[in-house]
Design a protein. Structure first.
Length: 340
C-alpha cells in the first residue's frame, strides 16, 4: 500500500477466533516520520452508513418506522422538485440507494471544501443542493450510490427519536458495544487520541494535510471517527445478529447488484462482495478527505478493517490495493501471532 501509488501509511487489523492481528506500514506523519500507531483512530467516511442504517432498522424493529412507507410520511414536504418526490420514495429505497435522488457531492464545490476545511455544512442545505437537480431514475427502477440518501436517513432518525442521529448512534450502538474509540464529531474538527495525519493529493499543491476537518460536509453519510478494533467489533456484532432482530438483519442483507465490475451487491447500508477463495464478505468502504477505509466480515467469523491516510489519491491504484489487501486478509487460513 505505501508505494508511489499508495498512502503515506496503512493499518490492517484482522480478528477471528484466534485473537486479533495488527499490521502497519509507512508513516502517520510525513514530516516527523512517526509510525502508524496500532490503536489509531481515523475518519471512517461512508462506513458511517452501516451505523445509520442499523439505527433506522432498529426503529423498524420497534415499529416506529416502516421500511416500505414513503419518506414523505416522516419528512413531509422535504423531497420536492425536478421529479424528486418524497411520496414516491420509500425508506428502504433510501437505505439501498435505489431512490433515484442525485448525490449532493456531485454538485458541491470540492475546491471550496478543501480550501475551507473547517466550514460548517448544514445537512438541509446539502439535500437542497441535490434536489435542485433532476432525479436519476424513477424510484426503485435502478441503483446509484447517493450520499443524499443517508443525509435524509439521518434526518429521519432525528425526526423519529427527537435527538440528533449521532446521539442515537451513541445510545444504541457505541454505548452498548463499549466502542471506546468511536464518535460522531459533528463540527469538531480534531481527531481525539492517537491518530495519523490525513492527507489529500491536491493538484499543483501536491500532498496537503487535512487532518483538521469539519466532517459536517459528510454528516450522516460519512462523518464518523473510529478505530480498526472498534469497527471489527461493530461489523462482527452487526452481521451476527447482536444489534438487529432477525427480520431486520435479513432485510439489511437482502441485496441487489450494483452493476459494476466489482460484483458488489448492496443491501441496506451493507454490501456483499465475492471472495477469491469462495463465499462473500459483508461490510462497507469509505473515503473522506484524509482517509480511506474498508471493513468486512465473513460468515465463518473472520473480520478485517483497513485504513490508509490518503484520500483522494492521484489514481485508482489505491482503491484496488485496499480491496485486494482486505480480501487476502479475509481469505488467510490463520492469522499471524495474535495480539492479546
Amino acid at each position: 500500500m505505501t508505494t508511489a501509488d499508495g498512502a503515506p501509511g496503512a493499518l490492517l487489523e484482522v480478528s477471528d477466533a484466534h485473537g486479533r492481528t495488527v499490521l502497519t506500514s509507512g508513516v502517520a506523519n510525513i514530516e516527523t516520520h512517526a509510525p502508524i500507531a496500532e490503536d489509531s483512530r481515523f475518519r471512517i467516511g461512508s462506513m458511517t452508513k452501516m451505523f445509520v442504517a442499523t439505527v433506522v432498522l432498529q426503529l423498524v424493529g420497534e415499529d416506529r418506522v416502516a421500511l416500505d412507507a414513503p419518506v414523505e410520511q416522516y419528512l413531509p414536504g422535504l423531497i420536492r422538485g425536478n421529479g424528486n418526490d418524497g411520496h414516491d420514495i420509500t425508506v428502504r429505497q433510501l437505505l439501498q440507494h435505489t431512490s433515484g435522488l442525485p448525490d449532493y457531492l456531485d454538485y458541491l464545490n470540492q475546491e471550496q471544501v478543501l480550501n475551507d476545511p473547517l466550514q460548517h455544512h448544514d445537512p438541509l442545505e446539502l439535500v437542497q443542493l441535490a434536489l435542485a437537480n433532476p432525479r436519476l431514475f424513477p424510484p426503485g427502477t435502478g441503483w446509484q450510490y447517493s450520499n443524499t440518501d443517508y443525509l435524509l436517513a439521518g434526518m429521519l432518525i432525528e425526526k423519529i427519536t427527537g435527538r440528533p442521529y449521532g446521539e442515537a448512534i451513541d445510545q444504541r450502538i457505541i454505548g452498548p458495544l463499549g466502542l471506546r474509540d468511536t464518535s460522531v464529531p459533528g463540527d469538531e474538527p480534531s481527531i481525539p487520541g492517537d491518530h495519523p495525519q490525513g492527507y489529500v493529493k491536491h493538484g499543483n499543491s501536491g500532498t496537503i494535510d487535512l487532518t483538521e476537518f469539519n466532517a459536517s460536509v459528510a454528516g450522516a453519510a460519512g462523518g464518523m471517527i473510529s478505530s480498526a478494533t472498534d469497527l471489527n467489533q461493530f461489523i462482527d456484532s452487526l452481521v451476527n445478529g447482536r444489534l438487529l432482530n432477525p427480520p431486520e438483519l435479513q432485510a439489511m442483507m437482502t441485496t441487489r447488484p450494483t452493476g459494476d465490475s466489482s460484483q458488489d451487491a448492496y443491501g441496506l447500508g451493507l454490501q456483499s462482495t465475492p471472495l477469491p477463495c469462495g463465499g462473500l464478505y459483508w461490510g462497507h468502504d469509505g473515503g473522506i478527505p484524509g482517509f480511506q477505509t474498508i471493513g468486512a466480515t465473513t460468515t465463518d467469523g473472520r473480520t478485517a478493517t483497513m485504513m490508509t491516510n490518503l484520500y483522494p489519491g492521484e489514481n485508482e491504484a489505491q482503491d484496488a490495493d485496499i480491496r485486494t489487501t482486505l480480501a487476502t486478509a479475509l481469505c488467510a487460513s490463520s492469522p499471524a501471532k495474535p495480539k492479546p
